[in-house]
Write a protein that binds this ligand. Structure first.
Ligand SMILES: NC(=O)c1ccc[n+]([C@@H]2O[C@H](COP(=O)([O-])OP(=O)(O)OC[C@H]3O[C@@H](n4cnc5c(N)ncnc54)[C@H](OP(=O)(O)O)[C@@H]3O)[C@@H](O)[C@H]2O)c1
Length: 339
């Protein structure tokens, strides 16, 4: 395959705390690196934009050091092997790998997250419902929350890839599932698209009364994708021994400071707080993929993706995610699937 000479990248322009803006990023241009023995050259197809990238850029996420101006922004992608100096990987293989936000990356196998079997579903799902966000949901429902039939199960950021998958897996396990999401359009995705029983728009006046009405028997399980402000309200409606899966706090990712919460009510409710780290479930990925790909194929596990096109539009799409305006898994298509 003839490769272009240049490699377009999205780089950090300045490192600072706070909600990122367009001036924090710059487009860069590098040569395509030569391969050392044991390395693979991959071409990015779909960049995965995820909330954790905000922490990683600041060096506040496991395995990532703070980026300096001019460094390529961290991130995974669905990519294709274009050259290989490693016996286990050949030209044309599809992978999910830590490529960063760029067209081409020379990687060692340590940077490979998974091989993609294109027969399992559309390639982009390997960074969404059939990838890390899906596995996060599986860890939450199958390993930590373990719902029983009739449980009232509440999920925040319910329109996103993690929340949407949590709710659908919980419903398949027999729970009554209540989503919480910001805005009418997201709530429609959650109920009509994903099939949750109810979705509460927390940006609408009177949302707490609506939540209370939707949970007449109290809350048994809460999958927390957003952190303090919502959690401190929801605890009022917890049943005794309610379980909380603590998954994410996107509002805190810009500074590394965690908003505090009063723990007294959790003692009163004898609540069980369970922290989730998706890496704990990597060994269970083959099982998750078997279950989830079948469900996706049968239309029993649905997903929504929020696509942008072109690497130059990556910062703007990421800023949309940072503002919580995405509906579904945030992806940037940067190259063709074929070739
Ligand atoms: N612990 C782990 O191992 C692990 C693994 C994967 C993901 N996560 C976490 O799980 C959560 C969901 O991930 P996802 O990929 O599915 O993301 P996502 O739901 O697509 O996007 C984040 C959503 O969070 C909500 N949100 C609430 N407060 C926000 C704020 N201050 N800033 C930005 N967004 C805010 C927004 O939805 P609404 O408008 O509906 O509130 C936003 O759309 C994230 O917190 C992520 O970091 C954790």
């Amino acid at each position: 395959m003839n490769l272009p000479n240049r490699n377009t990248q999205v780089q950090l322009r300045r490192q600072r705390d706070g909600l990122p803006d367009a001036a924090d990023f710059q487009m860069g241009d590098a040569t395509i690196p030569d391969l050392a023995e044991g390395e693979i050259l991959v071409r990015s197809i779909y960049l995965s934009l995820d909330p954790y990238i905000r922490k990683a850029v600041r060096g506040d996420h496991p395995g990532h050091v703070a980026l300096k101006p001019g460094d390529v922004i961290y991130g995974r992608s669905v990519c294709r092997v274009v050259r290989s100096r490693h016996a286990d990987y050949k030209q044309g293989d599809f992978l999910v790998a830590e490529t960063g936000w760029q067209h081409y990356a020379a990687i060692s196998p340590k940077k490979i997250v998974q091989r993609i079997d294109p027969a399992l579903g559309p390639l982009s799902t390997a960074i969404g419902v059939l990838g890390m966000p899906g596995l996060t949901a599986w860890g939450s429902v199958a390993h930590l929350a373990t719902p029983t039939v009739g449980d009232t199960y509440v999920v925040s950021a319910a329109a996103g890839p993690v929340g949407g998958t949590v709710g659908q897996l919980a419903k398949l396990a027999g729970a009554r599932v209540i989503g919480i999401a910001g805005g009418k359009e997201k709530c429609e995705v959650v109920t009509r698209g994903y099939g949750f029983d109810v979705c509460i728009d927390y940006k609408k006046e009177g949302w707490e009364a609506a939540l209370q009405a939707a949970c007449p028997n109290g809350i048994d399980i809460y999958h927390d994708n957003v952190g303090t402000p919502l959690l401190s309200v929801l605890v009022k409606y917890f049943n005794l021994y309610a379980k909380v899966v603590m998954c994410g706090r996107p509002g805190d990712y810009h500074s590394g400071e965690f908003q505090g919460i009063s723990l007294g009510p959790f003692i009163g409710k004898r609540a069980q707080m369970k922290g989730l780290v998706v890496y704990d479930y990597e060994k269970d990925m083959p099982r998750y993929l078997r279950v989830a790909s079948t469900l996706v194929r049968e239309g029993k596990l649905r997903f929504k993706e929020d696509h942008a096109d072109g690497i130059e539009n990556t910062p703007a799409h990421f800023l949309k995610l940072m503002r919580g305006e995405n509906i579904g898994k945030c992806i940037v298509a940067v190259g063709p699937e074929k070739g």
